[in-house]
Design a protein. Structure first.
Length: 172
């Protein structure tokens, strides 16, 4: 409880459109993630929250291509990804010096990433989030043309329509 008249820290909120923040709700979840991906997490800015930890990364273009979006408990209860939403808007995160937030010693952004947060490795992104769509290559062969005339089996391969990097929505 704060004494009457005492100043409270001002919350600092950022829009995470160009960031991926892994939000672990408990110290145990953060420790398990760090044990599994030590090389990927040790170079990331990290803050202690009231209940757990935030790990900050830059959002790579591959995250957009694969369809990784903001969401809670996509792979594991209590481990959330805070980033751009599926509608294109940025999610928000409260950071230090907000109440109940403190950078770990040596893990503030200006200490571990003075030129910007490192991009989140796709292996780590896949460990905490599920892509909403995936790119595939497909080859389609039509039996008739748009005018209704048949396409022959012996016709040139150019008659086949090749579709590359289609995006198919995955059922959730």
């Amino acid at each position: 409880m704060t004494a009457p008249g005492a100043e409270l820290p001002t919350p600092v909120c950022i829009v995470v459109k160009d960031l991926c923040v892994i939000d672990c709700d408990t110290p145990q979840q953060a420790a398990a993630l760090e044990a599994k991906y030590p090389e990927m997490l040790k170079g990331a800015p990290c803050e202690r929250t009231r209940r757990g930890f935030h790990f900050l990364f830059a959002r790579p273009s591959e995250a957009d291509e694969a369809g990784f979006f903001d969401g809670a408990a996509q792979r594991e209860q209590g481990v959330d990804l805070k980033t751009v939403t599926s509608t294109g808007t940025g999610g928000i995160v409260l950071l230090c010096p907000s109440p109940d937030k403190v950078w770990l010693p040596g893990r503030a952004p200006w200490e571990v990433a003075p030129n910007g947060a490192p991009p989140i490795p796709l292996e780590l992104l896949n460990a905490v989030a599920m892509p909403r769509h995936v790119g595939i290559d497909a080859r389609l062969r039509f039996t008739e043309r748009a005018d209704g005339s048949p396409v022959g089996e012996d016709e040139d391969e150019d008659e086949a329509l090749v579709v590359r990097n289609c995006r198919w929505l995955m059922a959730s």
